[in-house]
Ligand binder design. Structure first.
Ligand code: SF4
Length: 65
């Protein structure tokens, strides 16, 4: 699976990192991946924490495909 970030939609609520360490924040609180500045990342199908983060993002700034 692939997770994509849409920073323009992020409201810097901080929720996604409480679900998964995959996510971190820029200095202004906008979401980024912890270990890269890319906007997409391949993840394991069994990464339930990441799936929960995507599902619970209030602004749909995280997508999965
Ligand atoms: S949960 Fe969504 S809106 Fe909140 S910080 Fe993460 S990406 Fe941004």
């Amino acid at each position: 699976m692939k997770v994509s970030l849409i920073p323009e939609k992020c409201i810097a609520c901080g929720l996604c990192q409480t679900y998964s360490e995959l996510f971190d924040y820029q200095d202004d609180g906008i979401v980024k991946f912890t270990d890269s500045d890319d906007l997409t990342k391949d993840i394991s199908d069994s990464d339930v924490d990441a799936l929960l983060a995507v599902k619970n993002c209030p602004t749909k700034a995280l997508t999965i495909s």
